[in-house]
Design a protein around this ligand. Structure first.
Ligand code: FPP
Length: 237
């Protein structure tokens, strides 16, 4: 039997929390709560399956356009999760990092983010990269600004810039995404990690994020194994 290839970096656009709740006659917030619990479960399972990095889209810069009550609910949920509930991550040796802009996140949200980063920073089994107040075009712009700053300070020479060292200027210096999953039947990438996903395999499923369980991740991994990744070259099969 052929050996299973495990992608090193998997990313999930966690979509469909609202619809999951509405289908059950509940408030959208119930969907976000279910989604957050599922995230913890799936992050642990990913590490158990040998995935080294899991990036997730928790809140985009554009999500601030949602109603104030939904934004507030999500921010309070993040605080609760980062302060108390993510014990499983610690127990399973998962290091948490964040990608995104700080502005205009509330001080208490930023504090809770720092809290979980500090608590998990020695962990080495896997990395959970939580994209919060994240935008992909914004990330490229912010990286460009940092590069210009370094050039002005004579720390970097423009001639040295290449595809590889550009990664050092992104919010987190992580390898490219091998497998990008979007739940809930939407076929968009919505400004999510464009620089890191140029050669990703895309996997779209109708399953709503709170229902995207261990079995569903296994299905995505199986599909990944059936893909022929050529990176612009010839077939590797
Ligand atoms: C998209 O579903 C989901 C979000 C905008 C929020 C994702 C957040 C979580 C899963 C919680 C994460 C928790 C932590 C601790 C990081 P939607 O609201 O757009 O659903 P809809 O398309 O059905 O309306």
């Amino acid at each position: 039997m052929k050996e299973e290839r495990i992608p090193k970096h998997v990313a999930i656009i966690m979509d469909g929390n609202g619809r999951w709740a509405t289908k059950r006659g509940k408030q959208r917030s119930a969907g976000h709560l279910a989604g957050s619990k599922n995230l913890e479960k799936i992050a642990v399972y990913a590490v158990q399956r040998g995935i080294k990095i899991l990036s997730v889209y928790a809140f985009s810069t554009d999500n601030f356009k949602r109603s104030a009550s939904e934004v507030d609910y999500l921010m309070n949920l993040f605080i609760k999760m980062f302060q108390t509930e993510m014990k499983l991550l610690k127990k399973n040796g998962i290091k948490v990092v964040f990608s995104g802009r700080k502005e205009p996140l509330r001080e208490d949200v930023l504090k809770s983010m720092e809290n979980i980063v500090t608590k998990t920073k020695e962990n080495t089994n896997g990395i959970l990269n939580i994209c919060l107040n994240y935008g992909g075009q914004e990330e490229i712009i912010d990286a460009t600004k940092k590069i210009v700053e370094d050039i002005q300070k004579k720390k970097f020479h423009i001639e040295d810039l290449n595809k590889e060292n550009f990664y050092h200027y992104l919010y987190q210096d992580l390898p490219p995404i091998d497998l990008l999953i979007r739940t809930s039947g939407e076929y968009r990438v919505s400004n999510f990690m464009p620089y890191q996903s140029t050669y990703s395999e895309f996997y779209f499923t109708d399953t709503l994020f709170p229902d995207f369980n261990e079995k569903e991740l296994d299905k995505a991994l199986l599909e990944f194994n059936n893909r022929d990744r050529r990176f612009g070259g010839n077939s590797q099969k």
